[in-house]
Design a protein around this ligand. Structure first.
Ligand code: 5GP
Ligand code: MN
Length: 353
């Protein structure tokens, strides 16, 4: 396992956890398996240590994560803003999970910046970032455990818990949450998962009693009929292979979502599917933002060394990882597709080699 804290940080964190009574865990908007896994694992850990703990997420999380331990106790910020603000203002330890900057929490950005100011000025609140995205916002948290080399925030937490001597006390619930995050962020260990230490983590989690096959089924084999129809529709009707560019693009409007009876989480992961086409290097799903009318979301996936985060940062007002990135713009789907075509043209040398 990897050491992710130096001795001074270890002592500091031990002291902050010991002293804390009210603990909050937050993550990015549209929480995925790693965001839910990391916040729920930490919450379970903190509750095991006798803390009052609360997980607050910016908005709805996908139905295929509802089975997760204590997911029913998660507070949605968009639905319970006052209650969440209240808890955050009274917390003395705040874990910022799977996000590198406050803007990734969208509507929660304001209260998180308020917390950050408070943590710097009064010292009454200690903020800790555990994350694996590039470019963590400097000065946002008091302690920053940012590891872009790791496959998931849940992996970071696995190392953290081991280093803090918690590996042997980890509950099956905590381990289940951590495995879920590592499994979902690596497509069930099919990408971003070549470091051997990942399997040391998996081995530890198995020894803590997880049922990995059940977790897999819970996450990946719980599609709604609408999702299956959506997959068929997108691949058959909407997938466009951009001539000579080794690129596929699909679009999805809210009208099409209604036609197919599609819910938010139903689109999860579909953007990966065109990459199964021989020779394809880049796949994009461009969709109308269901919660913010007038905005369009970009979701990109690539293989090998194609840096879709650079494309997202340059053209789609976004960012992310080398092989999985996204962005958001205020425009129509048609305009977004034009912007995407332009971006592909600009990246032609990298797409066609
Ligand atoms: P997804 O396609 O699953 O929505 O996003 C894939 C990854 O891209 C996320 O894990 C995140 O790192 C990044 N990402 C998605 N949307 C945005 C965005 O609007 N801004 C930034 N900076 N990154 C994003
Ligand atoms: Mn993640």
């Amino acid at each position: 396992m990897e050491r992710i804290l130096d001795e001074e940080q270890l002592q500091l964190l031990r002291r902050k956890i010991d002293e804390a009574r009210r603990v909050a865990c937050v993550c990015h908007v549209n929480p995925d398996g790693d965001a839910m896994g990391s916040t729920l694992a930490i919450a379970a850990w903190m509750m095991r240590l006798g803390k009052e703990c609360c997980v607050i997420v910016p908005n709805r999380f996908p139905d295929f994560l509802r089975w997760m331990p204590c997911a029913d106790q998660v507070i949605r910020y968009d639905k319970n803003t006052a209650k969440a603000d209240d808890f955050l203002r009274q917390a003395d330890l705040l874990w910022v999970c799977d996000m590198n900057e406050p803007s990734r929490a969208l509507e929660m950005e304001g209260i998180l910046c308020e917390c950050s100011d408070c943590s710097r000025e009064t010292g009454g609140l200690f903020m800790l970032m555990v994350d694996h995205h590039l470019h963590p916002a400097e000065g946002f948290c008091n302690l920053q455990l940012s590891h872009p080399d790791m496959c998931a925030t849940c992996e970071v937490i696995c190392h953290l818990m081991c280093q803090m001597g918690e590996g042997g006390d980890m509950s099956t619930q905590e381990a289940t949450c951590l495995y879920t995050g590592m499994m979902t962020d690596t497509g069930a260990f099919t990408y971003a998962s070549t470091r051997s230490v990942i399997y040391e983590c998996v081995s530890l989690l198995l020894s803590r009693g997880i049922d990995k096959d059940k977790i897999y089924r819970n996450v990946f084999w719980t599609a709604s009929p609408a999702r299956m129809r959506l997959i068929g529709y997108l691949l058959y009707v909407k997938m466009e292979l951009i001539q000579g560019m080794n690129t596929a693009v699909m679009t999805l409007t809210n009208k099409e979502r209604r036609m197919l009876g599609v819910k938010n989480g139903d689109t999860e992961g579909i953007v990966n599917m065109p990459l199964q086409v021989q020779g394809l290097r880049l796949s994009a799903l461009i969709s109308e933002d269901t919660e913010h009318p007038g905005f369009v979301k970009f979701s990109l996936r690539s293989v090998d060394d194609f840096p879709c985060n650079e494309m997202s940062a340059r053209f789609f007002n976004g960012g992310g990882h080398k092989n999985a990135s996204g962005g958001r713009m205020q425009c129509t789907i048609e305009e977004a597709v034009e912007i995407f075509r332009h971006a592909v043209k600009e990246f032609e040398p990298m797409l066609c080699r």
